[in-house]
Each structure stands twice: as structure tokens, then as C-alpha cells.
Design a protein around this ligand. Structure first.
Ligand code: WT7
Length: 600
């Protein structure tokens, strides 16, 4: 078995050195005791992330350092962040926004967005950050389902994505604008944030917060239906903090850079919450990916811990050695990756060309925090996602030949016993950052679990939908997704959402959307379209459909390719057989669909 070994120096100071001993002694109660809890009672993420450090005399440490897209950035110490987030909490309270309301965010990675997210948590409001490359349709679906009362966004995003759908969002009472032209929009409830912040008080006492109160709602896509809002609570901070220590190996004094956008769960759980609870300095780059810029940031900012994604690493690999020539990356102590399969070649490249060991980690929007990981002081098996985090019990559920879960009569899942046998990755419920609901969709939530301690005395398992193997030493190997959801550049895309928009076009009778393998971004979105009688395929029509999709869905979700087919394969009940489309696209026999993972 090929392994990447670590040198003694790395071993010495790491937070997790003896995996077996750590698993053995770990308890969530002890993990909770690493945090303070609110002086007034309960547990609030923003207090643990910000105010706690000020209370312990660490207010002068830089919490967030924003690197401007073009101009200079902005730096906030923990003390300044406490003041600013208090102001935002007072702004919300002053507007009459009650605890329990949901605030959406829709902007690039700007300081005001980060301040607003933490400030809203202080006011005990929920926070749902949206990806800024979403078009009006994904924004509408999410805000409608979440009954968002507050939106923090820019004037440009408001005009382009929110104004056209404002009528469909009756619950949206307050739109707070940040950035350029924030005072230029005259619409009900829309106002610039800056003057409100200026006149707000920097004092705010967080009221006792029930650890089970909603903190974040992260939308994620499934195979069918519209996006699901995974509800996460303040208690999740216990898992964020522990994984920040044990997986990201964060120590006081670290400079940490998470390259994910807060519009996705990684960008909040690990771009904001986990590192701040560990008291480190977080780098936030406001610009988009650029290989030369990224290497410069690693060197100039003296980044010690870096959390990024396979697509970005593959793009760095493609940029070649010229992009990092002359750069000293020796300050980078620990590198982790998440979101999609990390090819072994990338791990080898990182080790050999950059001198950086890349540690794969696995988790999902629903799990809220890292569940499986490679650890700083332990050998890496390239291609493996690593081993379960202490406190987390990971097993595999057997699937039958038709790809269906095998369940006992009492509903509990049949677990794989043999090392190396494939099954569906399942996690024993509960754990602190486990989602508590899908907003307004209790039946979809219930379908994520099998077994019942109450009914059978057997454990309850969360079913991830991912297929994996576990080797004899407990390392987990990703096999593929068990469903039709598409992973492109680390982002989940629901085929149904794309199909629904294509069906809006008067020429379209049926649409089927799949992910086709792509060496750089993992999968590209491809659509197959059957036209109504009287319409003929043409390049003009194809361009029209692409334009429609981009306008409605945004660049992050729209298909890159559209093919016309005389007939789409349908089941007897009229559902698109996406797996048949995929098998045909890949030139596989249509019966042999079991191994269609998203591995590039
Ligand atoms: C899906 C979850 C992870 C938080 C951000 C994405 C895929 C995740 C890996 C990995 C192979 C991975 C899975 C998973 N995935 N990590 N290390 N290797 N695949 O969260 O958007 O909810 O996506 O991403 O398919 O189910 P998400």
C-alpha cells in the first residue's frame, strides 16, 4: 500500500497523533467543554467564534483578513469583529426583526457579509448564504422556501436577481445593501446598510440561546424536486470546533485560508465558524481563482493551514510550475481538500512538486462538519478519504443488485461486514452538527434515516447516498454517488432544477440532465432535449436554450452542452431515465450502471 509518510517535525505538534487513543477517549461532552457557552446560558455560535476570544484577552488577534479583488482589503481583529457584529445585531433588532427570522445573504466574499452572518446569529436569527453566481430562479426557490425576511446583498445583485422576483417573496421585508451604489435603489424596504451600522451601538448582549435553535440553513440539491434547506443549529459549533482542531490541526497563531465561498457549506462551517472558534487568523480572498495569485497569497500571507478543493488543485496543477516559480511555500504546514474525489495523481503532484501533503476529507451539507479525514500527523493513503473523525461512527449499508438498500424487517439497515465490500456510507445518528430538518419537507428528511433505537433497540443511521468501501485498516474509499445529482467544480447541482427551466421554453417537450465526466471540474452539466412536434433542432434553438438557462439559473448551474434527441428514454410512469442517458453518453451497456460514480 502506497502511503505518504510525514516527517517527525509535523508529528510533534499536531493535535491528533494517536488515532486509536483519540477515538477511544473521545466524548462529545468533553468536546462541548472546550467551549465556554454563553454567560447568560445556552450556546451561541457567534459568541464562541468571536466574543469568547475577546473575553479571554485575545481581542487584538486578527480574526479576518480580506484581500480585495483589486484595491486593498480590510482587516478585523476579534475585538473589532465583536463590535461590528454587535452593531449588526442591533440593526436587525432595531428593524424589528425577531429571533427565529431567516436572513439570506447574496454577495461576493465581502467583510459586510461575514459581519452580517455573525451578527444575525447574535440576534438569534437564522442565516442562509446563497452563492453569488446563482441566477434569479435558484435565488427565488431558496428564499421562497425559507420565507426569508431579511436579505443582505449588493445593488447590482438586487437589480439583476431579486427585483425581478420580488413580488413572489411576500415575506421579504428588509433588503440591506452593501457595496457600491447602495443608496441608489428606491424600492420598499430597501436601504443601504452602512448608515444603519454607523448609528447602531457596538454593545449587544446575546440572549440565552437554545443550542437547538436554528443557526444556518444550507440549501442543497437532490435528484428530484426543488432544493432542500438543511437546517443546522447552534449546537453544531461543537463539531466545527473539534474538527477545526483535530482535522484542520488549527493552533493559536495559525494563518488559515479556506478557499470556499460562504454560499456553500464549506465556506461557512470552515471559512468562518470552525477557524474563528479556534482563534486563528482567516484569510478571505474576494477575487476569483487565479493560479499565480493563489500561490502569491500562500507565500505573502504566510498561510500555515489551507483548506481547498480538487477542482482548484487540478487547475493549479494545469497552470504548471511557472505559476509558483520562486515562491516559498515552506510556511504551509497542513493542506486539506474536500467536495469531490481527490485523484491520487493530484496528491502525488502536491507531494512531489509543491512539497505539500494534501489531506482529503469527506462530509456533506447534511452532516454539517467533517466526518471522514486524513490527519496531519498520520500517513496518507492517496485516493482514500481517510478515517472517521473521533466521535463519529461510519459504516456501510449493503445495497442489492438493483442498487436498493437492504433493510431488515424492522427497518434497520443491513451493514457490510467484509472489509473492501462496497456499500452506502452511513453515519450513526446523532452528532452535534447533524442537520435537524429539511425546511418544510419532513418526509424527505425522514427518508435520510433508517432504523430506530426506539422501535428496535438498534441504532439510527443517517444514509449519505454515497457509495464507498472501507479497507481492513478503516480507511474509507469513495466509489461514487448513488443518485443522479451532479458535482461540478465541487458544487452540487440537481438535474431536476435544470430540466424545469429548460421545460419553460415553448419548443421543449422533455428535458433530461446529467453530469458528464470532465478532467478539470469533475463533471459538466449536459442537457438532452426532446422537441415538441412542429419544432426542428437547430443551432439557433440550441443557443436560445443555453441563453435561457444561463439567464434563469446563472453560470454556476446552467448546462454547458445541449443535445437534441428525437425521444428521451422514459420509465413507464413517464420519468426521465437519466442513467440511460449517462450510459449512452459514456458508451456503456445500459444495464451496467452500477459503477457510474462521479470519479473523474
Ligand atoms: C457530496 C456532498 C463536503 C462539504 C461541501 C460539499 C461529494 C464530498 C468528497 C470527497 C469524494 C466527495 C460526495 C458528497 N464529496 N467530499 N472527499 N471525495 N466525494 O457538500 O455539496 O453537500 O456535497 O460531495 O458525493 O455526498 P455537498
Amino acid at each position: 500500500m502506497q502511503e505518504i509518510e510525514k516527517d517527525r517535525e509535523t508529528l510533534a505538534g499536531a493535535n491528533l497523533v494517536d488515532y486509536g487513543a483519540e477515538r477511544e477517549s473521545f466524548t462529545w461532552t468533553a468536546a462541548r467543554a472546550l467551549l465556554d457557552g454563553l454567560p447568560a446560558g445556552g450556546l451561541n455560535i457567534a459568541y464562541e467564534a468571536v466574543d469568547r476570544h475577546v473575553a479571554h484577552g485575545r481581542g487584538d488577534v486578527v480574526a479576518l483578513r480580506f484581500l480585495g479583488d483589486e484595491g486593498p482589503g480590510r482587516e478585523l481583529t476579534y475585538a473589532e469583529l465583536a463590535d461590528e457584529t454587535n452593531r449588526f445585531a442591533n440593526v436587525l433588532t432595531g428593524l424589528g426583526v425577531a429571533p427565529g427570522a431567516l436572513m439570506f445573504g447574496l454577495s461576493g466574499r465581502r467583510p459586510e457579509l461575514y459581519i452580517a452572518m455573525l451578527g444575525a446569529l447574535k440576534a438569534r436569527c437564522g442565516v442562509s448564504p446563497l452563492f453569488s453566481a446563482f441566477g434569479p430562479e435558484p435565488v427565488r426557490q431558496r428564499m421562497e422556501r425559507g420565507h426569508g425576511q431579511v436579505l443582505i446583498t449588493t445593488a447590482a445583485a438586487y437589480r439583476q436577481k431579486v427585483a425581478p422576483i420580488r413580488d413572489e417573496l411576500p415575506d421579504l421585508h428588509h433588503v440591506l445593501l452593501i457595496g457600491e451604489g447602495a443608496d441608489a435603489i428606491d424600492a420598499p424596504g430597501v436601504q443601504p446598510l452602512a448608515p444603519l451600522m454607523e448609528s447602531a451601538s457596538g454593545e449587544f448582549v446575546i440572549a440565552p440561546t437554545d443550542p437547538e435553535d436554528t443557526a444556518f440553513v444550507h440549501f442543497t440539491s437532490g435528484t428530484t424536486g426543488m432544493p432542500k434547506g438543511a437546517v443546522h443549529v447552534h449546537e453544531a459549533v461543537v463539531a466545527h470546533h473539534v474538527t477545526g482542531r483535530l482535522v484542520l490541526d488549527l493552533h493559536p497563531g495559525d494563518v488559515y485560508w479556506c478557499t470556499a465561498d460562504p454560499g456553500w457549506v464549506t465556506g461557512t462551517s470552515y471559512g468562518l465558524v470552525a477557524p474563528l472558534t479556534c482563534g486563528v487568523t482567516c484569510i478571505v480572498d474576494e477575487a476569483e481563482f487565479d493560479a499565480v495569485r493563489w500561490y502569491r497569497i500562500l507565500e505573502e500571507q504566510r498561510v500555515t493551514v489551507w483548506y481547498t478543493a480538487p477542482t482548484a488543485l487540478r487547475m493549479l496543477m494545469k497552470a504548471g510550475p511557472a505559476a509558483h516559480a520562486g515562491r516559498d511555500l515552506s510556511g504551509v504546514r497542513h493542506v486539506c481538500s474536500v467536495g469531490e474525489p481527490l485523484n491520487p495523481e493530484v496528491v502525488t503532484w502536491g507531494d512531489e512538486e509543491l512539497g505539500l501533503a494534501i489531506h482529503d476529507t469527506w462530509w456533506q451539507t447534511e452532516t454539517g462538519a467533517i466526518m471522514v479525514a486524513n490527519y496531519a500527523a498520520l500517513p496518507i493513503r492517496p485516493g482514500s478519504m481517510g478515517r472517521p473523525v473521533p466521535g463519529i461512527d461510519v459504516r456501510l449499508v449493503r445495497h442489492d443488485d438493483a442498487g436498493e438498500r437492504v433493510l431488515e424487517e424492522d427497518g434497520s439497515p443491513v451493514l457490510v461486514e467484509e472489509a473492501g465490500e462496497e456499500g452506502e456510507l452511513a453515519i450513526r445518528a446523532p452528532w452535534p452538527s447533524m442537520m435537524r430538518a429539511y425546511l418544510g419537507a419532513p418526509e424527505r428528511y425522514a427518508a435520510c434515516f433508517a432504523g430506530s433505537e426506539a422501535a428496535s433497540g438498534k441504532p439510527l443511521w443517517y444514509l449519505s447516498g454515497d457509495l464507498a468501501r472501507i479497507d481492513a485498516d478503516g480507511y474509507v474509499w469513495f466509489v461514487g454517488r448513488g443518485d443522479d445529482v451532479i458535482k461540478s467544480a465541487g458544487h452540487l447541482i440537481g438535474p431536476f432544477e435544470v430540466e424545469s427551466v429548460l421545460m419553460e421554453h415553448p419548443a421543449v417537450a422533455e428535458a433530461g440532465v446529467i453530469g458528464v465526466p470532465d478532467p478539470m471540474v469533475g463533471e459538466q452539466v449536459k442537457a438532452f432535449v426532446e422537441l415538441k412536434t412542429g419544432f426542428e433542432p437547430s443551432d439557433g434553438l440550441r443557443r436560445e436554450l443555453v441563453a435561457l438557462a444561463r439567464r434563469r439559473l446563472g453560470s454556476a448551474v446552467a448546462p454547458r452542452q445541449i443535445d437534441f434527441l428525437p425521444h428521451l428514454p422514459l420509465t413507464q410512469s413517464g420519468k426521465i431515465m437519466r442513467r440511460v442517458l449517462k450510459a449512452r453518453e459514456l458508451g456503456l451497456p445500459e444495464g451496467d450502471l452500477s459503477t457510474l460514480g462521479s470519479t473523474p
